[in-house]
Ligand binder design. Structure first.
Ligand code: IPE
Ligand code: IPE
Ligand code: MG
Length: 272
């Protein structure tokens, strides 16, 4: 049962947004491409890393709102395999900020029964980052509430490639009949194997692209792009994204209920 007062104070503008939502039709899984930290800093004539630092508050707000709304899963894109192309100091600051975040927030995650997860190629990460992640994974392993995944050193194409390699290995070893490989078999070998596919994908900072995020899983996700830069993203922007989601009609390639009920035109009308 959602305690609305924990999500938004009565009488606040956020509360009006919350009250307008249908709480029985929330997405199960929301994925977010957190973008615009650099531009946020630039607007303030600050170094780019200050944008990343400010982004931690948006992460906290988004995790808290998602957990309080009772979502099953939240996945945040924090570092792509392509992000290694950035200046060394920016990359190292990003990982330092991640370690700081985990140190500061781990207790809150556990107290709120939030299960922490990482998706991406962990073996490509530095030892100190790995141990901070391991500690968080271990501490929240018994948590049964929302699954909070952070995509780190993540690439959707690399994830699918890894899954294909694992299928090929099993087939070559004679443990798997290639003819039996179906979509579920592929999905089971992705990092997100036990999670529902994202229903809603949010991207901040206005960019209209996917940037190699969850390519398989977002096949039918609804996409919400907001011009808000990530460090400014707060509960109300999340609630606005949910309202946008609830205005969509998810058809999965079919037709709307209304169109399905349409009386077919008489054959004469078709010929005319
Ligand atoms: C997102 O902000 C953070 C990461 C990709 C790690 P950016 O750093 O990409 O910010 P912009 O796009 O340059 O504004
Ligand atoms: C996507 O943002 C990656 C993350 C949010 C971690 P980028 O800023 O790296 O993406 P592009 O370069 O605009 O596609
Ligand atoms: Mg960017």
């Amino acid at each position: 049962m959602i305690d609305k007062n924990l999500v938004a104070a009565p009488g606040s503008p956020d509360r009006a947004l919350l009250d307008a939502l249908d709480l029985t039709r929330l997405p199960r899984h929301v994925a977010v491409i957190m973008d615009g930290n650099g531009r946020w800093a630039k607007q303030r004539r600050l170094p780019r890393v200050e944008g990343h630092r400010a982004g931690a508050a948006a992460v906290r707000d988004t995790v808290e709102t998602s957990a309080r709304l009772g979502l099953d899963a939240l996945t945040l894109y924090a570092f792509s395999t392509e992000n290694w192309k950035r200046p060394k100091t920016e990359v190292s600051t990003l990982f330092t900020l991640l370690k700081e975040y985990l140190r500061r927030e781990l207790r809150t995650l556990v107290e709120n029964d939030i299960c922490f997860r990482v998706v991406g190629r962990l073996d490509g990460l530095d030892g100190s980052v790995r141990s901070a992640l391991d500690m968080a994974l271990e501490a929240t392993t018994g948590c049964r509430g929302m699954t909070f995944s952070v995509a780190l050193n993540y690439s959707g194409r690399a994830e699918i490639t890894d899954a294909v390699r694992s299928l090929a290995r099993e087939a070559a070893a004679g443990r798997l009949d290639p003819e039996s490989i179906d979509e579920a078999a592929v999905a089971r070998r992705l990092y997100t194997a036990d999670l529902p596919d994202p229903d809603l994908l949010i991207r901040t900072s206005g960019e209209m692209r996917i940037s190699n995020f969850l390519l398989w899983q977002i096949a039918y996700a609804e996409i919400h792009v907001t011009p808000v830069l990530w460090p400014d993203f707060r509960c109300r922007h999340f609630l606005e994204a949910l309202a946008d989601y609830q205005r969509r009609e998810r058809r999965y390639g079919g037709v709307s209920e209304e169109d399905a009920a349409e009386v077919p035109p008489a054959p004469a009308a078709l010929e005319a």
